[in-house]
Design a protein around this ligand. Structure first.
Ligand code: ATP
Ligand code: MG
Length: 358
């Protein structure tokens, strides 16, 4: 796909670093966006469109509509994405910290929703980064995924719509979730509480994306029991594959004992910087190891992607035409076209078997 190819190796060309963006170093305020008096991140002042990215939509359009225009520009007339045949529950996991789990969860979810799907993001990390990035309220009084896991509250009582993106919803995490790993230990069916909550959720959904914390504790185990597909973001850096064996062993254990459907469906390479030989070496190594699970679309290292959460936005609404936004849209498209249920039914039909007998 043209967009994918355009991104590989050209991150610096398609998205030159802006001098103002470079001022915020790693020690700067982690939420540098403008804030309201209450301390919340303001959602009102997205930056001007990055004209270098080639996006020529109406800059005064509301952010949701601008994102929609970007999707339409990418999608040839009449060529929509298929909706999955059943709800696809995808667990975004890697116990290594800071590899792009949350960024990938929220931006893939937004991309799928902009493509017309109904998507629920479950924030399963006490840091609450996915809730922040989606602009969803998650202060300590807000009903959250903690109440679902520990107090058996219905999921529908905590789900909030995501502002600006139709069809996207979020079950937020509050700081309470930090205690859940310990509180869950003594509860009945401690590994399958999330799975039960999702099964009981009555609203129709195409995708559920679960953002895991950087650990392999009970929260991540709950996610692995609840989902069928594991999505592993891998940062294109040295040590990228270290610790991955442990995650894969856990996936095998959960598959063997608790969830026979579980499998690694998707590997996504994040923070890819085509200027460095290291990034392409890591990408090659990951592709050699995993083969077809690796998405063809690499997510480039992009200032726009890292800035977006400070405005309570995904990159799709923050700068719809940026390379980061287009690459997540393209990754979402690849994922939508790899529906495991559709593939299963197709091969059943090819072999003359009726649907559902596999
Ligand atoms: P944790 O393990 O703490 O939950 P994580 O795996 O969820 O971390 P993120 O929070 O998504 O990782 O990303 C880590 C940092 O890298 C964030 O500051 C994020 O903005 C930044 N980041 C993620 N992807 C990109 C990208 N493609 N380009 C630039 N910065 C990125
Ligand atoms: Mg995270």
């Amino acid at each position: 796909m043209a967009v994918c190819e355009a991104h590989e190796g050209t991150a610096e060309e398609s998205e030159p670093l802006r001098s103002d963006a470079n001022l915020a170093g790693p020690m700067a305020d982690p939420v540098p966006g403008p804030r309201t008096e209450s301390g919340d991140v303001s959602r009102e002042t997205p930056p001007p469109m990055d004209v270098s990215s080639g996006y020529e939509g109406d800059p005064s359009a509301p952010v949701g509509r601008a994102a929609q225009q970007a999707v339409e520009a990418m999608t040839r007339a009449g060529e929509g994405l298929p909706r999955p045949e059943q709800t696809r529950v995808m667990v975004v996991a890697n116990q290594k910290g800071g590899v792009g789990k949350t960024t990938t969860t929220v931006n893939l979810a937004a991309s799928l929703a902009l493509h017309g799907a109904r998507v629920l993001v479950i924030d399963l990390d006490p840091q609450g980064n996915a809730s922040t990035a989606l602009g969803v309220d998650h202060h300590s009084e807000v009903p959250s995924i903690y109440d679902v896991l520990v107090d058996s509250k219905p999921l529908s009582d905590v789900v909030q719509p995501v502002p600006d993106i139709e069809g996207l919803f979020c079950a937020p995490a509050t700081i309470d979730l930090a205690g859940a790993e310990i509180e869950l230990v003594s509860l009945v069916a401690r590994e399958s509480r999330l799975q039960r909550a999702i099964s009981a959720y009555e609203q129709p959904l195409d995708y559920v994306l679960i953002d895991c914390p950087p650990s392999l504790g009970l929260l991540t185990v709950n996610a692995l029991v609840a989902g069928a597909e594991v999505v592993i973001p891998i940062q294109c850096e040295y040590y990228a594959l270290e610790g991955l064996g442990q995650l894969l062993r856990n996936v095998e254990l959960v598959r063997g004992h608790l969830n026979p459907d579980l499998h690694v469906s998707t590997i996504i390479l994040t923070m890819y910087d085509g200027r460095t030989r290291l990034a392409s070496q890591v990408a090659d190594e990951v592709r050699t190891h995993f083969g077809k699970e690796v998405l063809r679309t690499n997510i480039p290292r992009s200032v726009r992607i890292s800035e977006a959460p400070s405005y309570g936005q995904t990159v799709l609404t923050y700068d719809p035409g940026s390379s980061g936004s287009l690459s997540y849209l393209e990754a979402a498209r690849e994922i939508a076209l790899r529906d495991p249920h559709a593939q299963q039914n197709q091969s059943a039909q090819q072999h003359g078997m009726p649907e559902g007998t596999q």
